[in-house]
Design a protein around this ligand. Structure first.
Ligand SMILES: NC(=O)c1ccc[n+]([C@@H]2O[C@H](COP(=O)([O-])OP(=O)(O)OC[C@H]3O[C@@H](n4cnc5c(N)ncnc54)[C@H](O)[C@@H]3O)[C@@H](O)[C@H]2O)c1
Length: 453
């Protein structure tokens, strides 16, 4: 099929590349010319495992190409995906500026019948607005075309985006007509080889499903985090509780890990957008507000624990941080818990040595002043961060951090205190190595000894 994808971010780029991999001819439109040049040269502007080799193969085969000109790229497309960003607006609602801009441009340039598919996460009713905008532009140009609009929200996860797109749990198609459904079924058929996972529904249900899914997942995280805070007060280890409840098939083991909060480009903004949507409908979204409030609190816990550990005096302390990306497998920093910690530590006068396997460059671009003043140093290895550190904080649970040589880390640190923001370490092992160990919702070990010293 001849496909166009508008937007070459995490979603657009992965979708375009995977669709090309299945034999479609894909033209990807991106307004950022530098990004287009980089992609056209086969270089990825983002970190996404497995994507670069596919990109290079598809560029080489001519199946995939990038450009800035929308009109040219959509000229003969049968299906046009809109995959531009929908960031949070000032009041929390989804900012539809980019989506509606693309709709206008499509209406101004289309000269053939085609299907426009909204892949961006958008509030209920947006596909109807896109349809209306295209129709209006076409009628102003005196064009009598049949341009249909469908919803196809994306569920890929950064860090495993290629795998998720190639083998999706489900593909949701929201459409008002059978022809659109048939076309999208045909497009997705190669991704459904072993069993059918396409779910068809109304446009509005498809739009809402994406928000509902993210709200559910965020709620599970905030609920286990609230349980963890209670566990900490009751001298109960949340990790034992997690195993205890995860074995219940009605609950399951996913998304019940206590930690220092969720971040990323989706959960925070989508929960906020749903809150705003409820407000506009005159409904009080009490649970969603609590999910968000708990997450905001959770992101501050590591700093609070550090402050308590140092008796309120963080000025001049050297803190090592492992992991900066909002989760393993990506270099995305959007709403990352690490940023809340970094900023609180810098404001308190602490010095930081941090390492992330792929996000160092993104952090360097954000904090040039702190780096210039020597208050933040980005290190090439986790061991380098430990040199002379008064405390070590694990924020993002990259595999590289799972089984470090703790004896070496301890020898490098000035004082061995470990704050485990993802509960991945064995408290007893660390205690025996002489560390003070604090985590999220687990009894602290070695704290009394450190206080006495
Ligand atoms: N990132 C994820 O994990 C994820 C997962 C599922 C759904 N989503 C949703 O998908 C959408 C895109 O997310 P993303 O993370 O890929 O965003 P992103 O910010 O990484 O990428 C969006 C891209 O679109 C480009 N763009 C904006 N306006 C344009 C225009 N008029 N013409 C051409 N290009 C334009 C931007 O320059 C940018 O490169 C959002 O609605 C998001 O909520 C994201």
């Amino acid at each position: 099929m001849r496909i166009s994808v508008i937007g070459a971010g995490y979603v657009g780029l992965v979708s375009a590349t995977c669709l090309a991999e299945m034999g479609n001819r894909v033209r990807c439109v991106e307004r950022d010319a530098a990004r287009v040049a980089q992609l056209s040269a086969g270089r990825l502007p983002i970190h996404e495992p497995g994507l670069e080799p596919l990109l290079r193969t598809q560029l080489g085969s001519g199946q995939l190409s990038f450009g800035c000109e929308l009109a040219e790229a959509v000229a003969d497309a049968e299906v046009i995906f809109i995959a531009v960003g929908t960031p949070a607006g000032e009041d929390g609602s989804a900012d539809l500026g980019h989506v509606l801009q693309v709709a206008r441009e499509l209406g101004q340039s289309l000269a053939h019948n085609c299907l426009v598919v909204v892949k961006s996460t958008v509030p209920v009713g947006t596909c109807e607005r896109v349809q209306e905008s295209i129709r209006q532009q076409l009628s102003e140009r005196g064009m009598a075309l049949k341009v249909r609009v469908a919803s196809n929200p994306e569920f890929l996860k950064e860090g495993s985006a290629v795998e998720d797109f190639m083998r999706p749990d489900r593909v949701i198609i929201g459409a008002a007509d059978q022809a659109s459904i048939n076309l999208l079924r045909r497009l997705y058929a190669p991704f459904m080889r072993n069993h059918e996972r396409i779910l068809c529904m109304s446009l509005r249900a498809a739009e809402f499903s994406k928000y509902a899914a993210n709200a559910f997942l965020a709620a599970r995280i905030s609920l286990i985090n609230e349980m963890a805070s209670l566990c900490a007060r009751l001298d109960v280890d949340i990790e034992e509780v997690r195993r205890g409840i995860g074995s219940d098939r009605r609950i399951g083991t996913h998304f019940i890990y206590a930690g220092c909060g969720y971040g990323g480009s989706c959960f925070p903004k989508d929960v906020r957008a749903l809150i705003r949507c409820a407000e506009l409908e005159g409904m009080e979204p009490g649970i969603l507000r609590a999910v968000e409030a708990r997450n905001a609190l959770q992101k501050t816990l590591l700093f609070q624990a550090l402050r308590e550990h140092f008796g309120g005096q963080l000025k001049g302390r050297l803190v090592a941080i492992w992991g900066l990306a909002f989760k393993p497998g990506t270099d995305d920093l959007r709403e990352a818990p690490s940023l809340v910690l970094l900023e609180a530590l810098l404001a308190a006068g602490a010095r930081i040595q941090a390492h992330d396997p792929v996000a160092n460059a993104a952090v360097a671009a954000r904090y040039p002043q702190a780096i210039g003043e020597g208050r933040l140093r980005l290190c090439e290895s986790p061991y380098e961060t430990s040199e002379g550190a008064d405390a070590l904080v694990l924020v993002t649970e990259w595999k590289q951090f799972r089984q470090p040589d703790f004896a070496r880390v301890r020898a490098l640190m000035r004082t061995p205190a470990l704050f485990d923001g993802r509960n991945i370490y064995d408290p007893q092992q660390l205690f025996e190595l002489g560390f003070v160990y604090r985590a999220i919702g687990r009894p602290s070990l070695g704290v009394a000894a450190a206080d006495a010293a």
